[in-house]
Write a protein that binds this ligand. Structure first.
Ligand code: HAM
Length: 414
């Protein structure tokens, strides 16, 4: 028996309502905020992600699904959406559009991670990016969008964590002092952190190992090392957040798992945190477009995982309306009635109302059971005698009330 590959899953009809609900709120907010939809390919040149997400990150070092295609080019199934959007911005000369260019996307994302609840090898993201504006008001617009999305789908018990990790001006001095701090605790660090000291010191701060995590509490804080420009950007972001009354917590350990961030970084977590707690993350990435071959263009965005949101909606028992079944199931008894049922269902659908034909090889009872399990509000019953009189029976499944009427009258009433 074949099974879905480890860390992937089939999304069956009974779970679809959660994703559809999230997608619907995300799409509504995208049009309210003016973020247009963009779709990019599922795979890209591997070097796009190496240059943007960064060597030394878990994603690039351990998690990418990369392969040489038949032409010998190295391709990678996207491990995130931002790099592709930036590639598209450059490729299509979007710097000529009115700036910032506001875009949103829904995409599948592939990371070879150790699967557990909320962590999969294929997951689905909704994300937004605003490219071409350095102003702190954009940071706050994006954080507010994120907040509206999470509360809009029904998750209200959340924390917003925020930090600034500076830019190429001020970060080197910060990273130096971070390295110095951790050097003194070399003996206590986990194996991964020993390599992080040299390869990617910022990531020392978000190591999940208990001892490393204890050390990070006293580690130097990036906001104490900001240059004048980053400092004033940071102050404005906090001022605007206060003005918009968005509650936040400054988290000095928040550095994010991708290397392209500058200045503002943020994450949203449910208050009642479990293993895979972050449901949404993002930040400013003013140097990314330059890193992949363009001129310097400032940008900011976030992404959220649909599966993690779904887990939280279920955990919080958020009431999501079921996806409606078609209004009518056309039950038919006898060969002639079966053919007529197809036509009746077709006529109902032409009027814009949902209709399905029941499995006529089953008897009346079997078809009624089908109606119950499909949860249709009404059934139409036709047998040989109804056909002779050009009539049908309509049964309301909630009240069990039945009415006989002529097929013509029924269709005109629709
Ligand atoms: P990220 O934090 O790596 O950021 O992923 C965004 C969200 O995707 C996470 O908050 C989480 O909900 C979900 N997620 C990540 N990995 C997994 C996984 N293995 N299984 C299930 N869900 C997962 C980014 O991808 C950035 N591109 C966000 C961004 C956009 N920054 C700026 N613009």
């Amino acid at each position: 028996m074949f099974k879905a590959p480890r860390g992937t899953s089939d999304l069956l009809p009974d779970k679809q309502k959660f994703s559809r609900h999230i997608e619907s709120i995300a799409s509504q907010l995208s049009s309210l905020y003016g973020y247009s939809r963009v779709d990019t390919p599922t795979f890209e040149d591997s070097s796009l992600f190496v240059r943007s997400v960064g060597e030394g990150t878990d994603i690039v070092d351990k998690e990418m699904y990369s392969f040489d295609d038949r032409g010998g080019d190295s391709m990678t199934l996207r491990p995130e959406g931002t790099a592709s959007i930036c590639r598209a911005y450059l490729e299509h000369g979007m710097h000529n559009f009115a700036q910032p260019v506001r875009m949103h996307y829904f995409c599948s994302v592939f990371r070879y991670e150790r699967p557990q609840a909320g962590r999969y090898r294929e997951h689905h993201q909704f994300g937004i990016e605003a490219i071409g504006d350095p102003d702190p008001s954009i940071d706050v617009e994006i954080i507010k969008f994120a907040h509206d999305l999470i509360t809009g789908i029904g998750l209200n018990q959340i924390n917003l964590f925020i930090n600034s990790i500076g830019d190429s001006n001020c970060r080197p001095a910060y990273v130096e002092s971070l390295k110095k701090y951790y050097e003194t605790y070399r003996d206590e660090l986990c194996k991964d952190c020993l390599t992080r000291i040299d390869r990617n010191p910022l990531r020392l701060l978000d190591c999940k190992n208990e001892e490393c995590s204890q050390l990070s509490i006293e580690a130097p804080k990036s906001i104490n090392y900001l240059c004048e420009e980053c400092e004033s950007h940071w102050e404005s972001v906090l001022d605007y957040l206060k003005e918009l009354e968005i509650p936040y917590t400054i988290d000095h350990k928040l550095v994010r798992g991708l290397d392209y961030y500058t200045k503002t970084v943020f994450e949203i977590q449910p208050k009642d945190v479990g293993g895979q707690s972050t449901i949404l993350g993002g930040g400013r990435y003013d140097a990314l477009i330059e890193q992949i071959g363009g001129r310097a263009v400032p940008a900011m965005g976030f992404a959220t995982g649909i599966e993690r949101l779904t887990l939280n909606l279920i955990k919080e028992s958020v009431d999501i309306p079921d996806i409606k079944s078609p209004k009518y199931l056309v039950i038919n008894v006898g060969d002639k009635a079966r053919i007529r049922a197809i036509k009746i269902a077709d006529q109902i659908r032409e009027k814009g109302t949902g209709a399905m034909v029941a499995n006529g090889t089953r008897g009346l009872r079997g078809q009624m059971r089908q109606a119950n399990s499909l949860n249709v509000p009404f059934v139409i019953i036709i047998g040989e005698s109804e056909l002779e009189r050009n009539e049908l029976v309509v049964k309301d499944m909630a009240t069990a009330e039945q009415n006989i009427c002529s097929i013509n009258d029924f269709m005109s009433a629709l």
